[in-house]
Design a protein around this ligand. Structure first.
Ligand code: G16
Length: 544
């Protein structure tokens, strides 16, 4: 095998964000851009000689090119074997499982998640470690440092691998196994959930609609929901992964799944609606007449997980990202289990899961998952919901209302201002940060008294590492919160995320419209941060 060492020059913009390196496809198409980043990752790792690397992506435009490049570079850098999903496909949670199941050294997940795809869309590369989870900051930081000085990369002169043919091939001397992207994952789901109960639910006439958004979950949802669980054919919509996601925006929220939401609010609509994103790690859950916020979903899944065989002996603890509502905290409190608040980014859950301190994790950004893999998992959340509905023999709306009547309701919304001028956005957050020391004790209106105001800093209780400047928090004595942070996944300008939360006790009013319930906090956040005034925007780009 002739290893080629190719000269290159650094790019200055290869700093990974919340979840890997996400850029426009046109940025990735620059000469050696993919190669530089991959070599920087490999240079930041040790001891992988002869080991297995998993490679897969969400099928978006440029996946095929990047995968062939990655295979040749893995061979040149000394990996002994690559496992790659047929057609280059692997959902993010399935990639996590394949890494764990086959005891791989690590994996490359090629995806920009929920961001649009196609030649004018986004592309991304993320490295996952041997526990199946996103690389921690010490590795992503090292890779970034390396990208600044990189001057060569290694590859081999070998033909493309036939990604459509399941079975063993070679790239140079390295073994390449093209695997069924669904099989291992579907088998894992069968060990966690009561498939008989869910089968009986569908057999009884329970109607579901699942939108795969022309993205990766199509093959998984067809195989599991329709083939294994007996949901009628046609339950899964948009089930073929397309390189441009059918020109859609594969983000399962109320903006991009509005049609489904409207359908679920009609008297004849299905009993259960769900969707997943570009790479299959996010989820949307809507019952008949009831949208479940991701924060509530985390709390509900944690409170009811024992109804599924995989969690029947209870859960060890719960973790949520800081901006996620505190609904899950009340569940942890009642169950007497550990509760952890981490920075945004699934990578921060890895240590807690590995240490067995938490079983279920979730984020306001439509992500929920458990210790079965080390990524959030869209279909897992859907299956746990179905398992709970099947065992409790209640609809989603009834289950949600009973939960609020037991734990109280955390009204919650997120307002996003996308593609804002990065300088204005940065200054706005800095200015709010500067006000923080003066806020505690201040009263706003009749009800709002500031209890604390800080910039979230996380101390990982497992490895002692710290992560500072993870978002501005202003907490009030009644449990309300305003949180502001800059997104780490956007590819153009800056995205400001404003998170608003208000707690209503178990015996309080749970039927208010969300934006109405949060009106005073929305007004106060404008008074303190001035987002509309300083960005010139009349409204948020997206409200979730
Ligand atoms: C990624 C991360 C999540 C994070 C989300 C939003 O999700 O894995 O942990 O919550 O981005 O991050 P930000 O607020 O910084 O944009 P995904 O689904 O895009 O991989």
């Amino acid at each position: 095998m002739m290893i080629q060492t190719i000269k290159t020059t650094p790019y200055g913009d290869q700093k990974p964000g919340t979840s890997g390196l996400r850029k426009r496809v046109t940025v990735y198409q620059q000469p050696h851009y993919v190669e530089n980043y991959l070599q920087a990752i490999f240079d930041s790792l040790e001891g992988f000689d002869g080991q297995t690397l998993v490679i897969g992506g969400d099928g978006r435009f440029y996946n095929d090119v990047a995968i062939q490049t990655a295979i040749r570079m893995a061979a040149a850098n000394g990996f002994g074997r690559v496992l790659v999903g047929q057609g280059g496909l692997l959902s993010t949670p399935a990639a996590s499982h394949v890494i764990r199941h086959h005891k791989a050294y690590g994996g490359l997940v090629l995806s920009a998640s929920h961001n649009p795809g196609g030649p004018d869309g986004d592309f991304g590369i993320k490295y996952n470690i041997g526990n199946g989870g996103p690389a921690p900051e010490r590795i992503t930081d090292a890779a970034y440092e390396r990208t600044k000085v990189i001057d060569t990369y290694k590859t081999i002169d070998a033909p493309d691998v036939a990604l459509d043919q399941i079975g063993t091939q070679h790239s140079g001397e390295m073994v390449v196994e093209v695997i069924d992207p669904v099989a291992d994952y579907a088998a894992l789901m069968e060990t966690l959930f009561d498939f008989d109960a869910i089968r009986a639910l569908f057999a009884s006439g329970f109607r579901m609609t699942f939108d795969a958004m022309n993205a990766i979950t199509g093959p998984y949802a067809h195989a599991i929901l329709e083939d294994k669980l007996g949901a009628p054919k046609g339950t899964v919509k948009n089930g073929t992964p397309l390189p441009d996601f059918g020109q859609g925006h594969p983000d399962p929220n109320l903006v991009y799944c509005k049609d489904m939401f409207d359908l679920m609010m009609t008297p004849d609509g299905p009993d259960f609606g769900a969707a997943s994103d570009g790479d299959g790690d996010r989820n949307l859950i809507i019952g008949k007449n009831r949208f479940v916020t991701p924060s509530d979903s985390l709390a509900l899944l944690a409170a009811n997980a024992h109804l599924a065989p995989g969690y029947k002996s209870g859960i060890a603890g719960i973790a949520r990202s800081m901006p996620t509502s505190a609904a899950a905290d009340r569940v942890a409190d009642k169950l007497g289990i550990e509760m952890h608040e981490t920075p945004t980014g699934w990578k921060f859950f890895g240590n807690l899961l590995d240490a067995g301190r938490v079983t279920i994790c979730g984020e306001e950004s439509a992500g929920t998952g458990s210790d079965h893999v080390r990524e959030k998992d869209g279909l897992w959340a859907v299956l746990l919901w179905l398992n709970i509905v099947a065992v409790r023999k209640q609809g989603v709306d009834e289950i949600v209302r009973e939960h609020w009547a037991t734990f109280g309701r955390n009204y919650y919304t997120r307002h996003d201002y996308e593609e804002v001028d990065a300088t204005i956005a940065g200054k706005l957050v800095d200015d709010l940060r500067a006000q923080l020391p003066s806020l505690p004790g201040k009263n706003f209106g009749e009800d709002l008294q500031v209890a604390y105001a800080d910039d979230f800093k996380y101390l990982d209780p497992v490895d002692g590492s710290t992560s500072a400047k993870q978002g501005v928090r202003i907490g009030f004595t009644d449990g309300s919160r305003i949180v502001l942070r800059l997104s780490g996944t956007g590819t153009v300008g800056a995205t400001l995320r404003l998170y608003l939360e208000r707690y209503e006790a178990a015996d309080g009013r749970h039927d208010l419209e969300t934006q109405t319930a949060l009106e005073p906090l929305i007004g106060l956040s404008e008074q303190l941060a001035g987002i509309k005034q300083r960005t010139g925007r009349k409204d948020p780009s997206v409200i979730t």
